[in-house]
Design a protein around this ligand. Structure first.
Ligand SMILES: C[S@@+](CC[C@H](N)C(=O)[O-])C[C@H]1O[C@@H](n2cnc3c(N)ncnc32)[C@H](O)[C@@H]1O
Length: 240
């Protein structure tokens, strides 16, 4: 659990530094445009579902892995019946509660960083995760989450999630550019943690992904973006 403790510390620190930027780093660091932030959640959720070729039904019980400050949770709560929104960072969850006080059908969960403990066996119709697994430093943790998805989905339930399948993007920045960024970051003029393993993350081998999904009773129905950082998987739990 040492890896999870380190991830929790890292993401708690990023939440303190600038939660909105570290959830969506297309925004300006230190000066987030919140309207754009929440609109980005709507657009990203719609794009994830479009690429996965699926949609949420009003009766769906949803599990979200790595909810951050609830950018996508808002959309899921509106479209489905209930959401269990989980994150490794207590500080992110605290901010999610603060910024989404009206979401009565959401249970916010501080997770252990590797499992869906607290989510019952076959209690979900849908699982979703976006720009989370790409930051996990050990692909075995991502694969453990995939097996957990298989545990919590009801037969016929589905999951749409993004993983990185591009080894090249996970190398920490080096050389002059890294040195300049570190100086700017120490003066609080640029984001910190850019070379940290819990930011740089890891990629997942797709054969390993297929094996983990299969072992958890799921079929991979669709894979889009193989070989890229934004590889989208649609998995479905087999009928009992
Ligand atoms: C880039 S943010 C994305 C948040 C959200 N998915 C969104 O798109 O708005 C990544 C989130 O994943 C969470 N996270 C990182 N590692 C995790 C892990 N091992 N288990 C659960 N959450 C994790 C971080 O705390 C952070 O809130």
């Amino acid at each position: 659990m040492a890896t999870a403790d380190r991830a929790r510390r890292f993401w708690d620190q990023r939440a303190e530094e600038d939660a909105f930027y570290f959830v969506d780093n297309r925004l300006a660091y230190g000066a987030p445009d919140l309207e754009r932030f929440w609109a980005g959640g709507e657009a990203d959720m719609a794009e994830l579902l479009r690429q996965a070729g699926t949609s949420i039904e009003p009766g769906d019980d949803i599990v979200e892995i790595g909810c951050g400050v609830g950018r996508l949770t808002r959309v899921l709560a509106r479209e489905g019946a209930s959401v269990r929104a989980l994150d490794v960072s207590p500080r992110m969850i605290e901010l999610a509660r603060k910024h989404n006080p009206a979401l009565a059908n959401v249970e916010w969960i501080v997770g252990d960083g590797a499992t869906l403990a607290g989510v019952d066996f076959q209690s979900a119709d849908v699982c979703v995760s976006h720009v989370v697994f790409q930051h996990i430093s050990d692909p075995l943790v991502t694969l453990a989450y995939v097996r957990e998805i298989g545990r919590v989905l009801r037969p016929g339930g589905w999951a749409a999630f993004q993983v990185s399948n591009d080894p090249a993007v996970h190398q920490p920045q080096r050389g002059l550019r890294n040195a300049v960024n570190r100086i700017r970051a120490s003066a609080r003029r640029a984001p910190r943690g850019q070379a940290h393993p819990d930011w740089c993350g890891s990629y997942v081998d797709l054969d390993d992904l297929r094996a983990a999904a299969g072992a958890a009773g799921m079929d991979i129905e669709r894979l889009v973006g193989e070989g890229t950082q934004y590889c989208i998987a649609l998995t479905r739990k087999r009928a009992a």
